[in-house]
Design a protein around this ligand. Structure first.
Ligand code: 13P
Length: 252
């Protein structure tokens, strides 16, 4: 039985003052919700704050990217070991905003995925198709290619140490979430594709849905058999909205 997992992706938002309020609100709101797991992935500068305020609570924290290299002459990069230093559990890898705006590729995402696992972090590996790709019936081709980029290189077994996320680009930041049925269809496809390599891994890997998840639509999404939680953008910036989604996960 897979436990639900709700991860907030704060993206490039927050401040020391705003985070204090957000972290406190989330910790208080989920303190008694014992049936699911919760985390916030914060911008690098706030990892120290996340660690000092949230350690000992049932809210884990993580980063939104990492560099695959260890100590290197690489200005501006952050290594896996640095994230471990700050107590991160999760790190988001291959988010569509990085793939599109920062030219991250299947190759670089796969390398980061492997580096995260080697360091003991849990990568949250993002996949998803654009609106045009969906309209051309390419969803399975695109998501399959992204998934294969890690399975081909590193094998399906590494997925026991990872979380997968389906984030259709047309639903991210748009207020047009995938319907539960649309998301379930792709989640099922992803699980089947992992099962081709290893049925046990497929049964246990958590696949999160991301893209305009709100308190209102979370229960119907979480009721789907292959949707194991959510990767939440905007609604993770306000404790009440995020806790509402966590409550929905806790109730399933
Ligand atoms: P929104 O929830 O704001 O649509 O963002 C989703 C997302 O990109 C999470 O990683």
């Amino acid at each position: 039985m897979r436990r639900k997992l709700v991860i907030g992706n704060l993206k490039m938002n927050g401040s020391i003052t705003a985070n204090q309020k957000l972290f406190a609100g989330v910790m208080a709101g989920v303190a008694d919700l014992r049936n699911a797991d919760y985390a916030l992935c914060v911008p690098y500068p706030y990892l120290c704050q996340a660690q000092s305020l949230m350690q000992g609570s049932n809210v884990a924290w993580g980063a939104q990217n990492l560099c695959a290299n260890e100590d290197a002459a690489l200005t501006g990069a952050v290594s896996p070991a640095m994230l471990v230093d700050y107590g991160c559990t999760y790190v988001i890898v291959g988010h569509s905003e990085r793939r599109i705006q920062l030219h991250e590729t299947d190759d670089t995402a796969a390398t980061r995925f492997n580096a995260a696992i080697k360091a003991g972090l849990t990568p949250v590996f993002c996949m998803g198709e654009s609106k045009e790709e969906r309209e051309s019936d390419w969803t399975e081709y695109v998501v399959g290619r992204q998934l294969d980029s890690i399975i081909r290189r590193y094998g399906a077994e590494l997925l026991t140490k990872a979380v997968l996320a389906y984030e259709p680009l047309w639903a991210v930041g748009t207020d047009i979430p995938a319907t539960p049925e649309q998301a379930q269809e792709v989640h099922h496809f992803i699980r089947k594709r992992v099962a081709r390599c290893n049925a046990e891994v497929a049964e246990n890997v958590r696949i999160l849905y991301g893209g305009s998840v709100q308190t209102e639509n979370a229960p119907a999404l979480f009721a789907m058999p292959d949707i194991d939680g959510a990767l939440v953008g905007r609604c993770s910036l306000e404790a009440k909205a995020f806790v509402g989604i966590c409550q929905a996960a806790n109730q399933v």
